[in-house]
Design a protein around this ligand. Structure first.
Ligand code: N1C
Length: 263
């Protein structure tokens, strides 16, 4: 057998930093600030890119802190209009399809920082100034305070704190825990909505069109969400299979029985 070169970095269980990470975040920053939202054309993408990598390079990727991301967060502050914040849990694909059609709604991925980081992985190493492209900590088997999880916790927290008016959330009625206490939505966002600014959380609970079951809004986990919000003085409303989003599901499965009625 040929001898393997010694690893340059600590070895983790999760996949490594996305190839060309720096070029991708820089390109996405320019796309967002020049093309998607030209009103943010004054943002300094070079500075933002550096602040992003400075948050995790040469550091232990299992001891990441929200403070590490503070300079990045300050450079990427952005106002989302009241009533236009759209949260989600376990509906990653559908929520972004809806936000694409309803251009005035903002998911976190429709803000600069969420747009830059969406779908990427990154970590550094205390013994090296480089990114670790070989492996990064796995959230479950290595550590929860890893560079990627801490980032999403920090930006999700700010996104919820900044929300005002009616906030919407798109939930998945076809999974075991529609409101999952371990999710970012439950752990971070629900507790960081400011009741002085956010009077109502409106949930849209969508079921997989291929197996529509009973009323998801009366699910036990949704009752738990309602209780948490009432204690926080935020009104909760819930709607099953919201029609505009059902129509999006019907685009994908037009022959399904629930899509065949002539309106
Ligand atoms: O844990 P979740 O969903 O409830 O997180 C979703 C929730 C949304 O409302 C977003 O504002 O939290 C925010 N958010 C993201 O926008 C996001 N984009 C990508 C949280 N996590 C995000 N990711 C990655 O997906 C991240 O790695 C995290 O662990 C998953 C969350 O998926 P989920 O369980 O469906």
């Amino acid at each position: 057998v040929m001898s393997r070169p010694p690893p340059q970095h600590q070895e983790w269980k999760g996949a490594g930093t996305t190839a060309h990470f720096y070029e991708i975040i820089l390109g996405r920053c320019y796309t967002y600030t020049q093309i998607v939202r030209p009103e943010l054309g004054h943002k300094d993408c070079q500075k933002i890119g550096k602040a992003f990598t400075n948050a995790f390079l040469s550091k232990d990727p299992c001891s990441s802190t929200e403070q590490d991301y503070q300079p990045l967060m300050e450079l990427t502050n952005q106002t989302v209009p009241c009533d236009k914040t759209l949260l989600w849990s376990k509906t990653n694909e559908l929520v972004h399809e809806y936000a694409w059609v309803q251009q005035e709604l903002f998911t976190l991925e429709n803000t600069l920082l969420g747009y830059m980081a969406d779908g990427l992985r990154w970590c550094g190493d205390p013994g090296s100034p480089e990114m670790n492209y070989q492996s990064c900590p796995d959230r479950r088997t290595d550590c929860s305070n890893n560079s990627v999880s801490v980032f999403w916790n920090a930006v999700s927290k700010r996104f919820a704190e900044d929300a005002c008016g009616v906030v919407h959330v798109l939930l998945n009625g076809s999974v075991h825990n529609t409101f999952d206490e371990r999710s970012t939505f439950a752990r971070v966002e629900v507790f960081n909505l400011h009741p002085e600014k956010v009077h109502t959380l409106q949930a849209w609970v969508m079921q997989d069109i291929r197996n529509i079951s009973s009323d998801s809004c009366s699910d036990a986990s949704i009752k738990n969400l309602k209780l948490i919000l009432s204690k926080r003085n935020i009104t909760f409303t819930c709607e099953n299979n919201y029609r505009p989003i059902r129509f999006l599901q019907c685009v994908k499965y037009p022959e399904h029985s629930s899509c065949r009625s002539k309106i």
